[in-house]
Design a protein around this ligand. Sequence first.
Ligand SMILES: Cc1cc2nc3c(=O)[nH]c(=O)nc-3n(C[C@H](O)[C@H](O)[C@H](O)COP(=O)(O)OP(=O)(O)OC[C@H]3O[C@@H](n4cnc5c(N)ncnc54)[C@H](O)[C@@H]3O)c2cc1C
Length: 368
Amino acid sequence: MENNAADVVIIGGGIIGCAIAYELAKQQVDVIVLEKASRVGTEASWAGAGILTSHASTHEPYPELCRASLAMYPNLASELREETDIDIEFIRSGTLSVYFDEAEAAGLIGLADRRVNRGFTAEVLTSEQAWELEPAISESIVGAVLFPEDGHVRNPKMVTALSIGAAKNGAKFLLGNGVTRFIQNNNRVVGAIVNDETIHANSFVIAAGCWSGDLTAMLECPVPISPAKGQIVLLEAIPPKFQRTIDGLGIYIVPRNDGKILLGATVEFVGYDTTPTVEGVKEMIDAAVTISPELVHSKFVQTWAGLRPYYKSGPCLGYLPSHENVVLASGHYKNGILLAPITGKLIAELLISGKPSLSLDPFSPVCK
Ligand SMILES: Cc1cc2nc3c(=O)[nH]c(=O)nc-3n(C[C@H](O)[C@H](O)[C@H](O)COP(=O)(O)OP(=O)(O)OC[C@H]3O[C@@H](n4cnc5c(N)ncnc54)[C@H](O)[C@@H]3O)c2cc1C
């Protein structure tokens, strides 16, 4: 394989691009990943909280995609550890969703019923039972629901592991320059221009997160994928305060292996701005301290913001209607970490055999 030609060129080295590269490279497909930053996974895939939720909404087929992806995590985590020596810190810690009044209780108990109907476990707990599990939670909660199958993963480590795994299987990564233009021949793309050089391929995958719409627009197929800013606050509490992810008052609290605690996240449609704000940080800290008053004594470590790729009925997975050899894999919004394994698998199947094992028809991109 030359550095300027491959069977498949993937544009974007976030978790989605790297998961696709990993799956393709394992099956001996020549792959080049083009990433505009000097490292992979520096955008949403670094900023995300890494929560893996067992979705149960009745609006199929999206939850089916989520469940299929969650089910892939245990094997993928061991495979990546064997292949790369990296522990992606996948853990089925469970989520404890706490409520402070009866209105919140009704919503969460409804969610518990839906998850049980889908074959997941959900336990409605009294406040005493919840304190037994998580003694650092406020005494003013009214009750809680435990979702034991939920997990989390250390997403920056996962992107690194996927990219190293892909590279070990032959994928090439060209970092530090973005794609600025395409060379087209009728309804095919024949090359992507990076820093005045043309990279040729038989197929192209656009996996550029919230920038994906800019690239499809260059192909006269605008797909409205927009940035949805999310702020995170990192605290440190030693000894660790929680065993599980705690969810309540519109925020989540994720305990990490290293003793740090992540609070997230705001949802703001403010363009490509990634500045953390006092308002966003205050909102999360206020909610966290209401859920667990002891957190007021924890150490404030850091805050950051990232841009989720938002598409109204996302994700968008499949060939662009305008080009027979260009696949779009983006718009994963709040669940891109969760959905990375299944996206990698299905897009690789689409490119290799044309027959993904779950139908991608409901997720087909539409030019607007
Ligand atoms: C605060 C926050 C919390 C989140 N929490 C969770 C969570 O708990 N669980 C979950 O499942 N998901 C979560 N998410 C969502 C998840 O992080 C995203 O859905 C996912 O990371 C999207 O991955 P991506 O690869 O599509 O995009 P990105 O990670 O943004 O990667 C896109 C890449 O494309 C590159 N690129 C862009 N344009 C070009 C170009 N022209 N040429 C070459 N490269 C280009 C960018 O540099 C970037 O590296 C969260 C997101 C945020 C911001």
